[in-house]
Design a protein around this ligand. Sequence first.
Ligand code: NAP
Length: 493
Amino acid sequence: MEIQSEKNDEKILDVLIIGSGFSGLGMAIALKRKGRDNFMVLEKGPSIGGTWRDNVYPGCACDVPSHLYCYSFAPNPHWTRVFAPQEEIRQYLEDCADTFQVREYMHFNTEVSEARFDEDNSLWVVKTKDGKKYLCRILVSGQGALHIPSLPEIPGLEDFAGDVFHSAVWPEGVDLNGRKVAVIGTGASAIQIIPNIVDDVERLAVFQRTPAWIQAKPDWKLGRLVQLYLKYAPLAKHINRWSIYWLLESRGLAMLRNRRWSLNELLARLHLRFQVPDKKLRNKLRPNYRFGCKRVLLSNDYYPALMRDHVELETNAIEAITPQGVVTANTEHYVDTIIFATGFAVTDMSVNPLEIYGRNNRSMKEELAETSKAYLGISIEGFPNFFTLMGPHTGLGHNSMIFMIESQIAHILSALEEMDKNHARAIEVTAEAQDKFEDEMDRKMAGTVWMSGCQSWYQDKSGRIATIWPDYTYRYRQRTKKIVTDDYKFDKR
Ligand code: NAP
């Protein structure tokens, strides 16, 4: 792309990236490796890592095997477990920033508040919360989907006398020793937290609205010998990564078709049967919806934690919170600490503080208020020179998000190359291509397990699912590799 260096004495960036998690950092590294170094990364937090910097709750770890949950261009033979803990993943991202020398492009504690497309100059005008302004040709959002904690509105919450916090905003140094604790929610975060605090607390009340399908977690330590082997045997490294990939991809078989029965469901049923001998507890923990409809969880220590004498699993709905506890159908659970493991605001655009205005001042928040749309989950009609990573339709229920992120980055690089070739100052997906893609997503989604009748965070208010990629990930890779130029229009003024 031709870089216009100065306009009104203001430096014009070629690319501005929002966020330095797996996606923003990956984009920065990809640009640098391509020799495009007129870019900047604006990060609202104090350091690299996104969700792996923010989520520091006890037991936080990946639930995708780490040899796949890392960049393909930066395999890490040093993972200490099959599923690495949070701190190792955060450190891995820090190390990647140093190895690929992109740290100098990063500005921390800089939260983007507004981005507006200046049509006359084909530039994005980006403003930050602390009053700074940046100009760029291309804007890439690496905001991620899981960064705005969702706190349910429960009557009386504001009067609770003890400590209240969300799993993603774990207070530094909090000591749960001897406390009476309520954990609200039993999703991916809760099942990691509960076994890791159960020994500390005096009493634990777990509030479950819907049980999750849980499978055994094939997790173990990776010793020095394995690490050395993976470091010095490149073929083994390769085979290991791709074996994990295809194993996970095969789980798509159970999800992309709405089958009544699957081997994975049987394994989850057996896991519950063998781990929980108490029939009454087992009945509470057995999901009554199809395997895979909500995110499938992996854990070996969650069920055993629930069986401890000082732990109670409450399945009645929460009615209110009083200064001293949580009230369900006529029972008040006395607690001094409430942990909300209630997930993130994923489909509700209105809670995102970032305002983005495209052509004709079109507001992204308003346009996507009802449901999310994005061609290949990357480009949005009306928003030229804008690309999003981990956008709509690209979440996964069965494989590694890093694979999807790398596919999206390849697509964006291909778009930049095409702009260069065409001497174009702007690129925008056509409305026809986007509509066709959205129709295809809805058609494919209709036959999947995600639409089999459960309630999940994948759905938006209307019940539509625009969060998940309803196909195999290798097909996404094929489609994103190179842009289809007919699906985009180029402004060659
Ligand atoms: P989540 O999966 O959305 O789970 C939220 C939990 O809170 C669910 O059990 C939900 O019940 C419950 N809940 C929500 N509102 C409630 C209310 N008003 N009353 C009672 N219960 C309520 O959130 P999460 O556990 O934070 O995980 C979010 C996503 O983050 C995951 O799906 C995953 O993609 C990612 N994650 C990944 C890892 C990892 O290991 N890689 C770890 C943690 C999180 P319902 O099911 O009834 O809605």
